[in-house]
Design a protein around this ligand. Structure first.
Ligand SMILES: Nc1nc2c(c(=O)[nH]1)N[C@H]1C(S)=C(S)[C@@H](COP(=O)(O)OP(=O)(O)OC[C@H]3O[C@@H](n4cnc5c(=O)[nH]c(N)nc54)[C@H](O)[C@@H]3O)O[C@H]1N2
Ligand SMILES: Nc1nc2c(c(=O)[nH]1)N[C@H]1C(S)=C(S)[C@@H](COP(=O)(O)OP(=O)(O)OC[C@H]3O[C@@H](n4cnc5c(=O)[nH]c(N)nc54)[C@H](O)[C@@H]3O)O[C@H]1N2
Ligand code: SF4
Ligand SMILES: [Mo]
Length: 686
């Protein structure tokens, strides 16, 4: 048995260094690297099972060609050359007739490696095809909000929490999505008595462990943040020197906005107790180095940008942005200045037609001049994870659409494909990684032989580039040589990395030696007033107002959707592991006991969730971890696992106020007994 140091490629801020134990070219166990300071010797509950993921008997072994009707899931095995030739022939014919805009490459984040993620995009960039405006299903709202406020620059180093005297998890279930930061925060709490506050509509695992938990009403975070500012000003806890030297426009907020948010009104809006709001403001105002971990949870709704922006401004009022261990952390990646374009944009037009990631269905159904005729999906499962899934399915069902899916598994999306290609996982390919929630960079080498005939994203992008006649050098380089290209023109700590050590597998710390949080806004300051927002027609100062469409929906439907990460499933990426599927349980929703009682719904029964967009069937869990009026649906699960359907069938593809992101939680619905095939008792017994 040998041990290979690898890097976790799953979509997660921690980017763990891992040790893969390998026997006869097969990974038999994966564990956290004890010699990586942030990973600290442990992986999460999901990745501890990654040996089961890479060796899953559910993986695809060979390329497949559709033989049945679209979506029937009937395929025949074919060879790689046959598959790649067929793809290239089709693409060339489509380009000849309709131009390259008729092609769409759709690849996002399930492989965090910069090569395996980047080169697929590089292929479509060089082909001049329509391009994916990627990430709108995920982080573009929070990123746009952070960028107009702080600028495109990383936030606090999570490891600086050793200097913090207060930690606030705001819209982030750290015990699920950021376990290494959570472990560090817990350690500070135990060792130094640093209080941990959780602000979340769900009493999550993190919330249950917190010193103070605020069960905030969904979509009201801006009001709470402004209420805290109101109290800080009232109690003379605002850092006036910091505000004067490092921020822009606070006077306007103080005059026009804060008077609207006294504690009593904030309590009314947020559903929180006045005492809790006062307690939080007192804790925050008196702390010397409070660290806010900003989660994306608060941004997954119509006014999500305003929510995150208001919270991001808080350390500007307290002055904690100046202090080690204080400030805010959303993402860190913007401060890793590698030359990404070397891989992602080798050649091709600078601008092209864009397809918003969350409106794939709409694009497939309505785009014209030219219509989308070929779709290549790599490392995504939009038939489950995109809102308005019905539209996505209708688009994928088009007979005149040539769809290729590259994935280790025959996903819901792959079932619609004309050609399916088997993909390797991170354990079967080389790549360069940099974390998006910590300041680390690392090379991960291939640990195992590919499963069956699986090939990596990088490899397939090169093979297709060759067949399409692309001559950019990047399509001929080995992964390490391609990674070297990213250092040309790079700046900052990443550029200064010792590449000998890097490519030998050593983790490289790439934290900047900042004296306080830098601001990369047009003014160079933390912007309480944003001219950029004003020019987009968005309130340039933070504010909270009810969203008119949400108000109208709330008048028609009794319940609001709360979406949260799964503990043992992350989207559908681990659905090939039976153990984890069972740990997570069959796809379920959670109702407060009052709501369940009102409808005569019992714990364990199959229930019907419905709105104007359709209906789905899930199993019911009754729990007071959420407030009445809310239906929690954790994760997005494949349709085959559920009583019926998947949650995104009920979610609209409306955009957020900033960054054109997804608004899953601006979804209203109702719930009742399941009346379709399969009864609650049968489902629960399965
Ligand atoms: N209702 C609702 N919907 C949501 C969210 C929500 O909160 N609520 N969250 C959204 C968010 S944040 C995100 S990021 C998206 C995620 O959306 P997706 O990216 O579509 O998520 P996954 O289900 O993880 O799909 C990833 C696919 O990549 C495959 N894969 C893994 N590794 C590789 C590889 O190396 N190569 C290739 N080719 N394939 C690979 C996996 O098998 C899996 O099928 O979902 C969004 N959807
Ligand atoms: N185990 C696990 N880990 C994951 C993932 C996963 O699915 N499972 N997904 C990965 C991906 S792709 C991403 S983008 C990250 C996302 O990770 P996070 O940034 O943590 O974001 P979310 O998972 O969307 O939601 C986090 C929390 O926000 C809460 N929330 C929802 N609405 C509101 C609100 O209006 N206000 C407040 N204050 N809180 C709210 C939810 O209840 C949830 O507990 O996690 C990554 N890590
Ligand atoms: S915590 Fe995140 S980075 Fe670490 S092993 Fe789990 S998924 Fe991978
Ligand atoms: Mo995400």
């Amino acid at each position: 048995m040998k041990s290979v140091r690898v890097v976790c490629a799953h979509d997660c801020p921690d980017m763990c260094s891992l040790i893969a134990h390998v026997e006869d070219g097969k990974v038999v166990r994966v564990q956290g690297d004890p010699d990586h300071p942030y990973t600290a010797g442990f992986a999460c509950g999901k990745v501890n099972r990654d040996a089961d993921l890479v060796n899953s008997p559910e993986r695809i072994r060979t390329p497949l060609r559709r033989v049945g009707a679209k979506g029937s899931g009937q395929f025949e095995a074919i060879g790689w050359d046959e598959a790649l030739d067929e793809i290239a022939t089709k693409w060339k014919a489509i380009i000849a007739e309709s131009g390259p805009l008729a092609l769409l490459g759709y690849a996002y984040s399930a492989h965090q490696g910069l090569m395996n993620r980047g080169l697929v995009n590089g292929l479509f960039h060089a082909l001049g095809s329509s391009r994916l405006q990627a990430g709108t299903v995920c982080d573009t709202c929070c990123e746009a909000s952070w960028d107009v406020t702080v600028g495109p620059v990383g936030g606090a180093d999570p490891e600086s929490v050793v200097h913090s005297d207060l930690v606030i998890a705001w819209g982030a279930d750290l015990a699920a999505t950021n376990v290494h930061f959570w472990a560090l925060a817990e350690e500070q709490r135990k060792k130094r008595g640093v209080p941990v506050v959780v602000i979340d509509p769900r009493r999550t695992r993190s919330a249950r462990a917190a010193d103070l938990y605020l069960p905030i009403r969904i979509g009201t975070d801006a009001a709470l943040a402004l209420g805290i500012m109101h109290i800080l000003v009232r109690d003379k806890l605002a850092d006036r020197a910091y505000i004067a030297s490092k921020t822009l426009g606070f006077d306007k907020v103080e005059c026009d906005i804060l008077p609207k948010f006294p504690p009593a009104r904030v309590a009314e809006i947020t559903g929180l107790a006045v005492q809790d709001i006062e307690k939080l403001a007192g804790l925050y105002g008196r702390a010397k180095a409070a660290l806010i971990r900003l989660g994306e949870g608060m941004t997954r709704l119509a006014q999500g940008g305003q929510a995150l922006r208001a919270v991001t401004l808080l350390p500007g009022v307290s002055g904690h942005y100046a202090v080690k261990g204080g400030g805010a952390l959303l993402l860190t990646a913007a401060s890793c200045d590698l030359n990404y374009a070397a891989v992602r944009k080798p050649s091709g037009p600078a601008a092209t037609r864009l397809v918003n990631h969350l409106r794939l269905g709409e694009a497939l159904l309505t785009m014209n001049d030219p219509p989308l005729r070929a779709l290549y999906i790599s490392a995504n499962n939009p038939a489950v994870t995109c809102p308005e899934v019905h539209k996505v399915q209708k688009g994928l069902a088009r007979e005149d659409l040539f769809t290729v899916v590259h994935d280790p598994f025959l996903t819901d999306t792959a079932r619609w494909a004309d050609i399916v290609l088997p993909a390797t996982s991170y354990l079967e390919t080389d790549d360069l990684y940099r974390a998006y929630g910590a300041y680390w960079m690392q090379w991960g080498q291939q640990a195992a032989k590919p499963y069956g005939e699986a090939r990596s994203n990088f490899d397939v992008a090169q093979a297709l580039a060759e067949r399409m006649g692309l001559t950019d050098k990047i399509f001929t380089l080995a992964p390490q040589q391609a990674a070297e290209e990213m250092f040309k023109g790079a700046t900052g700590p990443a550029a200064a990395a010792d590449r000998g050590k890097l490519f030998a597998g050593d983790p490289i710390h790439i934290a900047h030696d900042w004296d306080g949080q830098p601001f990369a806004t047009p003014s160079g300051k933390l912007e309480f007033y944003s001219e950029q927002l004003a020019s987009q027609g968005v309130s340039p100062v933070p504010d909270w107002e009810p969203d008119p469409i949400e108000v109208a929906d709330a008048a028609r439907w009794p319940m609001r959707l709360l979406t949260a990460p799964g503990y043992f499933q992350a989207h559908t990426a681990f659905s090939g592991v039976g153990f984890l599927r069972n740990r997570e349980g069959k796809p379920f929703c959670v109702l407060h006991p009052d709501d369940a009682k009102k409808r005569g719904l019992a714990d364990g029964a199959a229930v019907r969730l419905f709105n104007d967009r359709g209906e789905i069937g899930l199993l019911l869990r009754v729990s007071d971890e959420i407030q009445p009026g809310v239906i929690l649906v954790p994760g997005q699960r494949p349709t085959s696992e559920a009583v019926s359907g998947t949650i995104n069938m009920l979610c609209s593809d409306r955009y957020t106020d900033m960054g054109e992101g997804a608004t899953y939680q601006s979804t209203w619905l109702d719930v009742g007994p399941w009346t379709g095939p399969g009864t609650g008792a049968q489902q629960a017994a399965e």
